[in-house]
Design a protein around this ligand. Structure first.
Ligand code: MG
Length: 167
């Protein structure tokens, strides 16, 4: 493979927490439900890990962003599963002859603690992307109490995706 064929992309997303726990809208991260956690306010299911990852894939493929694929002004998309958004981003990459090689994700949240869910989230990402778990890294950090994330107003996520030619 020619190194020139490699493409790297970055995605970022942030969402505000709902005021109270809503059992109808559980917190979903990487398509894993985190029971008893406040959900995130969003037009979709609010899965900011999959949103950041989808934007990283689209970024690497020079294919725009998820707002262009799934406008939040489109009422028919309300509550859409973010797994559908990720699949659409991977399809855009495939159309351009690109496939995922590896990904690295950093969730920034003062709460909840993600360590108990990290393994399930990684497995979920493996099944959603078709990547081996050894090509998926998932990190969580706090802001040491600083700023809006430190005040637990919401969560944020960065994702980096490396894509290469679909051999
Ligand atoms: Mg989002």
């Amino acid at each position: 493979m020619n190194l020139e064929q490699l493409r790297i992309g970055h995605g970022f997303d942030a969402h505000r927490f709902a005021d109270a726990y809503d059992p109808q809208r559980p917190l979903r991260l990487a398509a894993v439900q985190l029971p008893e956690c406040r959900s995130l306010l969003a037009h979709s299911d609010g899965d900011l890990v999959l949103h950041a990852l989808s934007d990283a894939v689209l970024g690497a493929a020079a294919a725009g962003d998820i707002g262009q694929l799934f406008p939040d002004s489109d009422a028919s998309l309300a509550g859409i599963s973010s797994a559908i958004i990720l699949q659409a981003a991977l399809r855009e990459a495939a159309k351009r002859g690109l496939r995922l090689i590896n990904l690295d994700i950093t969730v920034i949240a003062q709460a909840p603690k993600l360590a108990p869910h990290a393994s399930a989230m990684r497995s979920s990402l493996a099944s959603l992307t078709g990547l081996g778990a050894d090509r998926i890294n998932l990190k969580a950090t706090t802001t040491e109490g600083m700023g809006h994330l430190g005040r637990e107003e919401g969560m944020a996520c960065h994702a980096v995706a490396l894509l290469g030619p679909d051999a």
